[in-house]
Design a protein around this ligand. Structure first.
Ligand code: PLP
Length: 465
């Protein structure tokens, strides 16, 4: 969030600029400035209550069905995270065991994504998938530039091909690194990138194709193997050799466990790099992400920096310098604690709950599913026909009971289509699903009892896309 300075000079008497604590009468008899540093200290207990009480106004994260990000971890994981809040990930020399744990995580993930044993896969932790996307996108750009320079061609017009359903991090990447984004539009009934469309947008300036496992809009998986085959065909016809990056922000920790036969990772020969968010289906609190390259050739040497490590040098590739080490420790906790069996059980449970819930929503009458949660445990639905309420109204009614179930419009070309989406995560039980269904029925009864109900045509801005 970009925050503006609030001008206290224009309203020096304005009490809005002060915090008047709820328990002020007992513990504090002065108000505290809201937008500037207060002159005096206060007791830790008072500072804690002040902030803690204010945060009660936030939504309940366990009822937040909008976010992909982990909202529950075991007490032991929380304890480990607290034990390691003070570790700076970049201090490899001072915290060699944290560095070792990062290396183990990269190895575990690379193998989960079928990195070939004879190839030297390489990877790093990041603050989330967005940072990983920037790093992998840069590697694509650097490699393309080297290829073009080698044959004496200009390098001033790079482009990146992707479905318009990509997450906003890719729009950021192209804007910050001055790359032309080539968005393949979606259309009614087709809400992600397909093999038929992709090659029409590629040329010799294409640094790569971004594919998504699964789409933020509806949880569907893009057909990565088919896209790769279409690019093989393009190479055979026009000699263009275009690499694929997989944005597996969510699917990277789902497909390997519950859809192991889908070939989307390094088994697909055009896939040069993959990112995923440890803090989504990797089941860690925010923020940790991962980026893995197929081999060292996929990550140009010029992008790598060296930091001190046990008297030697450790290669790093990150945008930040300092970064908390505790999320990486928590990721490793999950790997140890759950193993393949535990991850499979949890993702399968989310998947089953998603299918149960989507089936029940489809049976309610007014709704039609766009996806049912059979790929990511995420699904979206629309209104079958005009009604006296919109999905924005439905989202508002559910909020009265604490549920955060966003409604939003689909991307360009389908912007008239309003959908609602649910992300099923660990910690959202079948019981909770039943309570949500009950609250949806109550909302439908309310709309039925209000024939003159004024429809809400747009929602508050929804920022999870
Ligand atoms: C497909 C996809 N890519 C990237 C991101 C950004 O991930 P992060 O929040 O880890 O930066 C998201 C977040 O929802 C996503 O769904």
């Amino acid at each position: 969030m970009i925050s503006r300075k609030v001008n206290s000079r224009t309203h020096p008497q304005d009490k809005d600029n002060d915090l008047t604590p709820t328990y002020g009468a007992r513990l504090l008899n002065e108000s505290i400035p809201r937008y500037e540093l207060s002159e005096h200290e206060m007791l830790p207990r008072i500072a804690y209550s002040l902030i803690h009480d204010e945060l009660m106004l936030d939504g309940n994260s366990r009822l937040n069905l909008a976010t992909f990000v982990t909202t529950w971890m075991e007490p032991e994981a929380r304890q480990l995270m607290m034990d390691t809040f003070d570790k700076n990930m970049i201090d490899k020399d001072e915290y060699p065991q944290t560095a070792e744990i990062e290396t183990r995580c990269v190895n575990i993930i690379a193998r989960l994504w079928h990195a070939h044993e004879e190839q030297d896969a390489i990877g790093t932790s990041t603050i989330g998938s967005s940072e990983a996307a920037m790093l992998c996108g840069m590697a694509l750009k650097w490699r393309w530039r080297a290829r073009m320079k080698a044959v004496g061609k200009t390098t001033d017009k790079p482009n990146l091909v992707m479905g318009i359903n990509v997450q906003v991090c890719w729009e950021k990447f192209t804007r910050y690194w001055e790359i032309e984004p080539r968005y393949v539009p979606v259309e009614q009934g087709r809400y992600h990138l397909t093999a038929e469309e992709v090659t029409k947008y590629c040329d010799e300036n294409t640094i790569g194709v971004i594919t998504v496992l699964g789409s933020t809009f509806d949880g569907s998986y893009e057909p990565i193997k088919e896209i790769s085959e279409a690019l093989d065909q393009l190479q055979a016809e026009k000699g263009l050799d275009i690499p694929i990056h997989v944005d597996a922000a969510s699917g990277g920790f789902v497909a390997p466990f519950i859809q192991p036969d889908i070939e989307w990772d390094f088994r697909v020969h055009r896939v040069v790099s993959i990112n995923a968010s440890g803090h989504k289906y990797g089941l860690v609190y925010p923020g940790v992400g991962w980026a893995v390259w197929r081999d060292q050739e996929a990550l140009p040497e010029e992008l790598i920096f060296k930091v001190n490590y046990l008297g030697g040098e450790m290669p790093t590739f990150t945008l930040n310098f300092s970064r908390p080490g505790n999320q990486i420790v928590a990721q490793y906790y999950n790997f140890l604690r759950l193993g393949r069996e535990g991850y499979t059980r949890i993702q399968q449970a989310c998947h089953d709950t998603a299918l149960y819930l989507s089936g029940a929503i489809a049976n309610m009458g007014p709704f039609e599913l766009l996806s049912d949660g059979s790929e990511l445990p995420v699904f979206a639905w629309k209104l079958k026909e005009e009604a006296n309420f919109t999905l924005f109204d439905m989202s508002d009614r559910l909020r009265y009971s604490g549920w955060l179930v966003p409604a939003y419009t689909m991307p360009k070309n389908c912007e008239d289509l309003v959908v609602q989406r649910i992300v099923v995560k660990e910690g959202f039980s079948r019981d909770m699903a039943d309570i949500l269904l009950r609250d949806m029925h109550t909302a439908l009864q309310y709309f039925a009892s209000q024939p003159e109900h004024m429809k809400k045509e747009e929602g508050s801005h929804f920022a999870h896309l």
